[in-house]
Design a protein around this ligand. Structure first.
Ligand code: EPU
Length: 419
């Protein structure tokens, strides 16, 4: 088991160039199956979730390789519509393979996806939407067997703007006959990015990021080179860490326009932020103060993927901050660990009340999920004394060697293999 050993109290200063967004790269890799051609996906982070997605594509017959920081996928030799069960259980985003495999093969067999244990995470919205496209879905021996004689364009109203369901429908509809309209879709920047990748292959999709996405299916697709958007959650995590240790950090290759809700909260907490076309700079020299109540929401609301990191920051702010987690039911596992470090957080249902304290103290803590793990690292950087964060395989799902990023900015953090 690997852990982070952190010596707290060092500030963060310097610059860092962001990598492509995990939550953009994963669905785009799944979408590479559709074209039956070659896709070069640029500036990808080396994350365990991405390695698992690459392994799944390989098992389905694709040629998959790294070329520097680009991933090359040749999907012409796809020879299977079965998503390998063991790999499926390793990552939640394996569910994104339903739409593309249906588009390419007309059928897909899969089990329930795995991923971070942050809530029930059902896939009912995905299944209801795919049924409207003409897919028959049966459950047999714990496996979902999905088949479509032919995919037919349809009007698909989503009961909730689920990111994954929106992406699955977009990918399946690219090969459906006629027009598909997705109503109440997710509007996250990663949805727009998937649209841009698919149109770079020759698909006809418009409206991503708005109230309605339209897809004209059945066009021939071709090879492509595509660079996904920068990771707004990696960016938010580094800026929040810098804020917690009164640092000064410049993020290059950023898209601050995707991060308004988080940057606004950082500003409200007393940090100075400069937003430019492809960079964002944070300077935290004034005392940190509590912010108005935050509730996680679909984009452009405050992202659930930044809730735990921002909570770690608010532990050190003057005053009390109220944070409500409205997307996932079980995304407060970091709270008990932060409290063991001296934080004062009370939970009532979906809401956490964070009463700021003067300082946190180093402690041995355990990451229970990806973003909660990042929150513990932030707390450890700001704490007095040494912190050990155990179970960092969760953190490796979403950050490409977080210790290297932070060490490059002046932190003292080391990856240690513990017996
Ligand atoms: N939901 C349903 N039924 C469905 C689908 C979703 O009830 O069929 C519920 C979920 O249980 C959850 C809510 O709707 O309570 C939102 O789920 P959504 O489908 O939007 O999320 P996702 O596609 O599973 C992606 C990201 C998550 C991120 C969420 C919300 C990827 C690979 N994952 O998940 O990222 O939290 O959108 O923005 O894109 C992370 O990076 O740490 C992470 C968990």
């Amino acid at each position: 088991m690997e852990s982070y050993h952190i010596s707290g109290g060092k500030t963060l200063e310097g610059e860092y160039r962001l990598k492509g967004a995990k939550n953009a790269v994963l669905p785009i890799l799944a979408a590479t199956i559709i074209s039956g051609r070659t896709s070069r996906i640029k500036n990808c982070p080396r994350l365990s979730d991405i390695r698992t997605m690459m392994a799944i594509l390989e098992e389905m017959g694709c040629g998959v390789s790294w070329d520097g920081s680009d991933i090359l996928v040749d999907s012409s030799p796809v020879n299977s519509f079965r998503i390998p069960q063991k790999l499926m259980k390793e990552i939640r985003s394996s569910v994104f393979l339903m739409g593309p495999t249906l588009a390419r093969c007309g059928q897909v067999i899969l089990s329930d996806p795995g991923g971070c244990a942050i809530g029930k995470r059902p896939i009912d919205i995905h299944l209801a939407a795919l049924r409207l496209l003409g897919v028959d879905i049966a459950e047999k021996d714990g496996l979902l067997e999905c088949r479509a004689k032919s995919l037919k364009g349809a009007v698909i109203p989503l009961s909730f703007p689920s990111v994954g369901a929106t992406e699955n429908v977009m990918m399946a509809a690219v090969m459906a006959e006629g027009e598909t309209r997705i109503l109440n879709p997710a509007k996250e920047p990663e949805i727009v990015d998937l649209q841009n990748y698919l149109t770079s292959c020759g698909a006809d999709i418009t409206g991503a990021g708005t109230e309605e996405i339209r897809i004209i299916g059945g066009l021939p697709l071709h090879e492509t080179e595509y660079e996904p958007i920068p990771d707004r959650i990696e960016a938010g995590t580094i800026l929040t860490a810098a804020a917690a240790v009164r640092g000064k950090v410049l993020l290059k290759g950023a898209a601050p326009e995707h991060m308004d809700s988080v940057l606004d909260c950082l500003e409200e907490s007393g940090c100075k932020i400069w937003r430019q076309d492809h960079s964002v700079y944070l300077e935290a020299s004034s005392p940190l103060k509590a912010v108005k109540p935050i509730e996680t929401r679909p984009y452009p609301g405050f992202p659930t993927d930044m809730q735990s990191q921002f909570m770690a920051l608010m532990c050190l702010a003057e005053g009390t901050t109220e944070i409500t987690e409205a997307i996932f039911e079980n995304r407060f596992k970091h709270v008990a660990e932060l409290n063991r470090m001296g934080a004062r957080i009370r939970i009532a249902g979906k809401t956490a009340m964070i009463e700021g304290v003067e300082s946190l103290r180093g402690q041995r803590v355990t990451a229970a999920d990806l973003r909660g793990g990042a929150a513990l690292v932030i707390a450890g950087l700001a704490a007095e004394g040494d912190t050990i964060v155990e179970n960092i395989s969760h953190i490796d799902r979403g950050y490409d060697r977080l210790e290297d990023i932070l060490t490059g900015l002046g932190a003292r953090i080391e990856r240690v293999v513990e017996p």
